[in-house]
Design a binder for this molecule. Structure first.
Ligand SMILES: NCc1[nH]cc(CCC(=O)O)c1CC(=O)O
Length: 304
């Protein structure tokens, strides 16, 4: 039988995530070694390292080549960090499953807490959300563009290019580097929508792949992450928009928290909504509340 082909980006983090999906498929279906083939696909986002991804085409940079390979049948499914997947997906592609979510927090590397970074210090980040949240806590800090994979960033930090940087705990964990830096509490730094979640997409008309992948879905994770993505859609946020969101689920009750920030962190608006998990109006209602209370400087970054 032809192996089940699992498309992924080729970065160390992406390959680690693809291996996790392969292991989950082996466990769910009792498949033996070789039944799944990991197919690395190079994306534009992997090639361009010197500019913020928001400035060169946004999240599509990570998905375009994988979408093409999926739609043309070169792969049977595509594995993504859900954080990097555009809010609006082609109708022919379905987000079928997510692995159990990892730690959603950011980790600070180079200092124990934001308060410990030296006065007027420099923090490396290319995330509008992290930049705004850091400057809200520490308006004296300078934020400089910082991209590249985890090892590249850590090397730049070690070389003294910056005093500190921030990385998702989930990515560090998956690379076996969970000991690096210290976790920033969610109350200080609400994470990016979908942070910590690995998702798998198939063609919407491929019933076999949908069933095989559906078997490894972690429903709680998918429910929460889809609520966070629905919020982004309702906000008409793009990757320039400093937005944080985190949904959690307990006893069939969904709690969705979110925060919109001014780019320089000088202003923000935060809100939370709670309701039955089946109530699909929660994300749009939260978005409405946030946009209604946001000042013009924040509003300019949202609603298209
Ligand atoms: N934008 C890059 C990216 N996409 C997903 C992760 C981490 C893994 C995750 O959030 O699931 C990272 C690196 C980071 O933000 O530190």
């Amino acid at each position: 039988m032809q192996p089940f082909r699992l498309g992924t980006r080729g970065s160390p983090l992406a390959l680690a995530q693809a291996s996790m999906v392969r292991a989950a498929l082996y466990a769910a279906h009792g498949w033996s070694d070789g039944a799944v083939e990991i197919v690395p696909i190079r994306t534009t986002g992997d090639r361009v390292q010197d500019r913020a991804l928001a400035d060169i085409g946004g999240k599509a940079l990570w998905t375009k080549e994988l979408d093409r390979a999926l739609l043309e049948g070169e792969i049977d499914c595509a594995v993504h960090s859900m954080k990097d997947v555009e809010t609006l997906r082609p109708a022919a592609i379905a987000i079928v499953a997510m692995l159990p979510r990892a730690d959603v927090r950011d980790r600070l590397i180079g200092a124990e807490t934001l308060a410990d970074i030296r006065a007027n210090g420099v923090v490396g980040s290319s995330s509008p959300r992290r930049a705004a949240q850091v400057r809200r806590a520490r308006p004296d800090l300078e934020i400089v563009l910082f991209r590249g994979n985890v090892d590249t960033r850590l090397a730049k930090l070690a070389a003294g290019e910056v005093d500190a940087t921030l990385l998702a705990a989930a990515g560090l964990e998956r690379l076996g580097r969970h000991d690096i830096g210290s976790a920033i509490p969610i109350e200080t730094m609400l994470p990016a929508p979908a942070q910590g979640a690995v998702g798998i997409e198939t063609r919407a008309d491929d019933a076999r792949a949908m069933a095989l992948i559906g078997a490894i879905d972690h429903l709680e994770t998918r429910t929460c992450v889809l609520a966070e993505r629905a919020l982004l859609a309702a906000l008409q946020a793009d990757c320039h928009s400093p937005v944080a969101a985190w949904a959690s689920l307990s006893n069939e009750t969904l709690t969705l928290r979110a925060e919109l920030l001014a780019e320089d962190g000088s202003d923000h608006v935060a809100s939370v909504i709670t309701g039955p998990v089946g109530d699909t109006t929660l994300p749009a209602r939260l978005a409405h509340d946030l946009l209604e209370r946001a000042n013009p400087a924040i509003l300019a970054l949202f609603a298209g």
